[in-house]
Ligand binder design. Structure first.
Ligand code: FAD
Length: 401
């Protein structure tokens, strides 16, 4: 079983691989590397795993992607979530998975064909159970939706889970060691490539380092002289405690034209809005929230789901809890995964705006790339793709939800 602890001098020495960052992405990576038989140390600067961006998320997952690489990560990741106890080999382990679906809504006639094309593309990519819904069916199945809605896409097996339990499960289900309260401060190289990771508690000698530092992945890249193409953008969400009846079996519901979403949560509802005018910023551990964000977001979600009008009228400030973290954007809005040829032994697993839902399979890919089970050329998310002239934004993406 993985051990999570604050290390002392005796815990440092030689190891096969060091993962920097103990969010869900790094922890899933450590899990798969350990399962592949490597001796693995994960280092996390904070006082626990899953304490920075990962718990700020809405904890949702979907396979409704139109980009081939995103679908290739999401489909097996969801299968792993569905069978999590077997994957980590801990009987009855519970990640509170709820497969109430993802519902993308539009009331804009110009978007209807885009949604239709999305579903056709998803089917081509193997997501064969997503559906395009016509007006009548939408209102029959989801009576809380505004009469103005014209079209939707839906997939029942999409949903949400507990990020905390999932991250802990990956840690418990492997033999890696998880050093908390331990900050990576530098990475040394020699003519063969990476040779050690310096931390504020000691030095780990290794030939393999994985950068899974979430919003700080740019800083970790600079430790080996790389400027990774990463742009951190703050994103916020709100938990609203309310006595207004929320349809408890509702899906994760997205207004694709207004870039906002909501889903039921015990005692209330989670709402979010992806503000396209939010600027790129420097990442920080304490991410500020805007006092007006809950009101702006309530105003947005009520457009296509009018029961929010009642919440808007009755909610009090202390009933709303806003949290924030970063989406990490890349030039094609898809993550960076795999070895960086300029620095042998240095791998990246970063650049996520949907890192929760993609983490299981992304961790597996990194492990397969480290062990040689996957050829770097077969990895569409290799960080060299931009220099190769591939890695461009693709089609009718349903970004950021
Ligand atoms: C409001 C909001 C809603 C979201 N909703 C969803 C959603 O519904 N579904 C979804 O899939 N995604 C969602 N996301 C995105 C998702 O949260 C992230 O993509 C994901 O959590 C990234 O995981 P991570 O492990 O890469 O990052 P993190 O969880 O940030 O982990 C990185 C870790 O690295 C550590 N670290 C950094 N530098 C160092 C260092 N030098 N030494 C040691 N440790 C270091 C940090 O302390 C941190 O714990 C959302 C994000 C936000 C902000």
């Amino acid at each position: 079983m993985g051990k999570i602890f604050t290390p002392n001098d005796n815990d440092f020495g030689i190891t096969d691989a060091v993962v920097i960052g103990g969010g869900i992405v790094g922890t899933a990576t450590a899990f798969w590397l350990s399962r592949a038989g490597l001796e693995v140390v994960l280092i996390e600067m904070r006082d626990g795993l899953s304490t920075l961006t990962t718990p700020a998320s809405a904890e949702c997952f979907r396979a409704q992607f139109t980009e081939p690489a995103m679908a290739a990560l999401a489909i097996p990741s969801i299968e792993m979530f569905e069978n999590f106890a077997e994957v980590i080999e801990i009987p009855d382990y519970n990640i509170s998975i709820k497969q109430q679906g993802y519902l993308f809504l539009t009331d804009n006639a110009a978007t209807v064909d885009d949604l239709k094309e999305n579903v056709a593309q998803q089917h081509k990519l193997g997501v064969t159970d997503s559906t395009f819904l016509e007006v009548e069916e939408i209102h029959k199945r989801f009576p809380f939706v505004a009469p103005t809605v014209l079209a939707a896409t839906f997939r029942q097996r999409d949903g949400w889970l507990s990020c905390h339990e999932t991250t802990q499960g990956f840690a418990k289900g492997c033999d890696a060691r998880f050093f908390i309260n331990t900050r990576a401060t530098g990475i040394q190289t020699d003519p063969k490539g990476v040779c050690s990771v310096e931390t504020d508690r000691g030095i780990l000698q290794t030939r393999t380092v994985i950068n899974a530092a979430g919003p700080f992945a740019g800083d970790v890249g600079r430790m080996v002289g790389l400027e990774l193409p990463l742009e951190p953008v703050r994103r916020q969400k709100v938990y609203v405690k309310t006595s207004v009846a929320i349809p408890a079996d509702a899906p994760f519901t997205v207004d694709v034209n207004n870039n906002c979403y909501w889903r039921p949560e015990a005692g209330g509802v989670i709402i979010g809005w992806v503000d396209m005018d939010e600027p790129v910023s420097q990442p920080a551990e304490r991410v500020p929230t805007d006092w007006e964000f809950p009101a702006l977001t309530l105003d947005k979600v009520k457009r296509l789901t009018p029961f929010f009008e009642e919440i808007e009228k009755t909610v009090r400030q202390p009933d709303m809890d806003t949290s924030a973290g970063y989406y990490m954007y890349t030039p094609d809005d898809q993550p960076l995964i795999g070895p960086v040829p300029e620095v042998p032994g240095f791998y990246v697993n970063c650049g996520y705006w949907a890192g929760v839902m993609l983490s299981p399979q992304a961790g597996k890919w990194v492990s397969d790339l480290v062990t040689g089970a996957m050829d770097p050329k077969d990895n569409p998310l290799r960080p060299t793709r931009y220099k190769e002239g591939i890695g461009k934004k693709e089609g009718k993406t349903l970004m950021s939800h």
